[in-house]
Design a protein around this ligand. Sequence first.
Ligand code: NZQ
Ligand code: ZN
Length: 386
Amino acid sequence: MQNFTLQNPTKILFGKGQIAALPGEIPAGAKVLMLYGGGSIKKNGVYDQVKAALKDVELLEFGGIPANPEYEVLLEALDVIKKENITYMLAVGGGSVIDGVKFLAAAALYEGAEPWDILANRLRTEKGLPFGTVLTLPATGSEMNSGSVISRRETKEKLSMGGPGLFPVFSILDPEVVASVPPRQIANGITDAYTHVLEQYMTYPVGFLLQDRFAESILQTLVEVAPVIMANPADYKAAGNFMWCCTMALNGLIQKGVPGDWAVHMMGHELTALYGIDHARTLAVIAPSHYRYNLSAKKEKLAQYGRRVWALTGDSDEAIALAAIEKTEAFFHSLQIATRLSEYTEDYAGTAEKIAARFTERGWLGLGEHRKLAPADVQKIVEMSY
Ligand code: NZQ
Ligand code: ZN
């Protein structure tokens, strides 16, 4: 049980029709830039709802932020922010749009020459241009946290940034938006949120019983609603539970007072950067091998997870831990998510060496909850995922 500080300033407006509450959340006199992705919001009615709600607000638009938000595109948005003296931003989209807006929030107030340095030098953003979000895709938790992940095609890099200045001021979570999300993205959302919980839970016991139960309850709820929401994304109750699970999985609460791992994400981000594989799918590729490779260090929590989340029985922690990894992999398969790198690309030979070399170059020499996972270990885990 570790000491902690918990401060999450994001106001959540959850439920049907909450987009109409937008005007009350935007400061009077603000000049707002609304940012969105490739156009899904124009097909599902979210764009019209936002425009109608903000009809009396001075509003500019920037569309076209791609999945895995791209630095070059964001620089174009940064120009608009500067030229138009934008004072507030509204992200309308999934994790990619929200993360893109977080980068812009930092870059708008950044005084250095090259905004990429915020990512390359892992600069912590204390103050950003304020923004709110309308979430359209439950998955990342970005709507209630201060992290962001930005990609740069030119160099095939995908790097994280964050800081207390990057929490959204407010986020609107209307589960009705889930009705138009395609099955591939629903599956991604479930897998991403599930793995977020695992990253903060699958470490070693520290006796923080409530934190374990919070984490397990999110995993159990995701397992329960997954088949319902996969079959019918318009099921409002399932959508609401799914959405709230995704937010709670990565809004800072369950990480407090317990060790965190995050090695699965660090390796997974490289697979997206190298091959363009959807974020969640990279996690499903890496997680089973990561847990098998680190079985002895994670055995107690794996066994607790197996018993509590998957109702596995037996006396041997090791046998339950191994069975729990199988259950996890089978859960991903039930969402039509493949768990082998070779199922996504034919060019996988040499991937493990490449990722290990990148980590060495960046000085990422000790990952995981014990900070002991060296590039040589990373290489073996990625190889096991082929
Ligand atoms: O671009 P549009 O046309 O809007 O379509 C999007 C996009 O193609 C579509 N979509 C979103 N809402 C929809 C919808 N389609 C129909 N109906 C709707 N209501 O879904 C596609 C994927 O969207 P995207 O935002 O890319 O997905 P997601 O929310 O999974 O975000 C993934 C990004 O978030 C990062 C990932 O690395 C990745 O770049 N992450 C951010 C984190 C954070 N900030 O805390 C943590 C995560 O671990 C993750 O790394
Ligand atoms: Zn993730």
